[in-house]
Design a protein around this ligand. Sequence first.
Ligand code: FAQ
Length: 317
Amino acid sequence: MGEVQLEKRFQDYLDGENKIEPKDWMPDAYRKTLIRQISQHAHSEVVGMLPEANWITRAPSLRRKVALLAKVQDEAGHGLYLYSAAETLGIDRSELVGDLLSGKAKYSSIFNYPTVSWADMGAIGWLVDGAAIANQVMLCRTSYGPYARAMVRICKEESFHQRQGYEIMLSLANGTAEQKQMAQDALNRWWWPSLMMFGPTDDLSPNSAQSMKWKIKRKSNDELRQEFIDKTVPQAEFLGLTVPDKDLKWNEEKQGYDYGEIDWEEFYNVVKGNGPCNKQRLSDRVKAHEEGAWVREAANAYAAKEAKRKADKVQAA
Ligand code: FAQ
């Protein structure tokens, strides 16, 4: 069968809502797009541990510390599922990690902002995990089987994260005037970067059209951003906090909120590596990777020993 026929059969298969599995034929560009998106996603989970890890030792109670520790640990697990899903496409994890550490690979812009107060732990859980869920629920229906299956579990864990964050916000918003101010300040700083997580507007998103056709993405960047805003604004109102957007207004006709202009210059600046914490995040990851070398060596030595033990047993039988 020629390439054109294979591509047509592939598209028909996707249009029938079937999942593509690792051993199925797929166009090279589909494979490349998935490796790009899944690995960026995996890197985001791993780098995403850093802003919150910053507060583990300073959590205000044992309960908060335990919950935050569990959350940060979950993010490591998400990175693991996602690197594994990417590896089913024929790429080696060490290559992907190498691209992250050298600064070649992208990860989500949101993790390049500083966490300056405890309220930021609330805002990250509520807004950043909230935005991540909005985006990832649709990815449970993505066309590549291993990615879709990883997302199901990730989404369950993300909803615990989101509630953990919202509960922190609720306590602060119902606390002293100073605590409420901390919550408002965190919302002011995290609101716009959270909206940027969904990526550029649809008309400026180079990958969207093809990814939608291949059913890798099931909703567009703007659609998801709108869903997130519509869901989150009432939550801010319930907290008694003000969303920092003077143009935010309910639009009866579209049954959704109109919102102000996102600072896209800031977004592209952060994506290019010039955000407030890009350099620190990368150097922290490089340091963690170097310090973890002995763990990888030990795991490899153990795996080799186990393989030899099994081979010896087979030979002896
Ligand atoms: N930051 O054409 P599009 C989390 C890049 S996980 C940096 O629209 P696409 C959990 C994009 O890669 C958060 N770069 O691209 C957690 C592309 O560059 P390229 C991560 C961005 O792929 C919570 C270029 O701009 N989630 O938060 C961003 O069709 C708390 C053009 O954009 C995922 O990765 C950005 N925000 O759509 C962890 C979800 N946006 O590669 C710890 C999976 C866009 O052509 C604590 N990913 N770019 O050079 C996706 O759904 C998609 O990749 C989008 C972007 C929607 C992010």
